[in-house]
Write a protein that binds this ligand. Structure first.
Ligand SMILES: [Cu+2]
Length: 205
């Protein structure tokens, strides 16, 4: 991800850069994959010259937050439940996490994603509250100790919570999506830094 930031950091305002970086990164990575021989000519043509456009894989974030109890504690409109009748109260969510049996209604689906190098991962928050989709070296605890399993420490990638810009950039608000591009071949682990039992393993071939 740092590569993208460096590539985009030159002239584009930071906010805009963040929004546009996925598209341009796809284009650039695609071009690199397509062959550097033609790079000079293709650079101005954008990403449309690829013979096989990168495929897109979908991941959805789900939850069953209860608006009454969540919003009383976390602010109005924090939770917009879309689970049609299924709802977990905030205190129940805490209790289940503390017991080491976190609520399965908070979930990324699918749990494992297989993509080819160059493909785009679209992560859509179809739940009622915010999540993060954060790459981690190893699965572990998020930045809210109250939601971590017993004895589970915060992983370095989640440390600091949203006051850490690197974590904040991985946040996905309800009803919005985040695109992940440029993943190298091999295994990548992603988790939610708020609800750390929400985990996805991405295999890039
Ligand atoms: Cu979450």
């Amino acid at each position: 991800m740092n590569v993208k930031d460096k590539r985009q950091g030159r002239t584009i305002p930071e906010q805009e850069g963040r929004r546009t970086m996925t598209k341009t990164t796809v284009a650039k990575f695609g071009l690199l994959a397509g062959g550097l021989v033609f790079a000079g000519g293709l650079m101005f043509a954008g990403g449309t010259q690829e013979e096989d456009p990168p495929s897109v894989a979908q991941v959805v974030a789900l939850d069953e937050c209860d608006p009454g109890t969540f919003n009383a504690a976390l602010g109005p409109d924090f939770c917009k439940n879309v689970a049609l009748g299924a709802a977990t109260k905030l205190t129940d969510l805490f209790a289940k996490a503390k017991a080491g049996t976190p609520d399965p209604g908070w979930d990324f689906e699918p749990d494992t994603v297989n993509i080819k190098q160059g493909a785009t991962l679209n992560v859509f928050d179809q739940g009622g509250e915010p999540h993060t989709f954060t790459e981690v070296a190893q699965f572990g605890g998020g930045f809210l100790p109250v939601l971590n399993a017993p004895g589970e420490d915060t992983v370095p990638e989640c440390a600091g919570g949203f006051s850490n810009l690197a974590v904040a950039k991985t946040r996905i608000l309800q009803g919005s999506q985040r695109q992940i591009t440029g993943l190298s071949k091999g295994e990548h682990l992603f988790e939610c830094c708020i609800h750390p039992w929400m985990r996805v393993k991405v295999e890039v071939k």
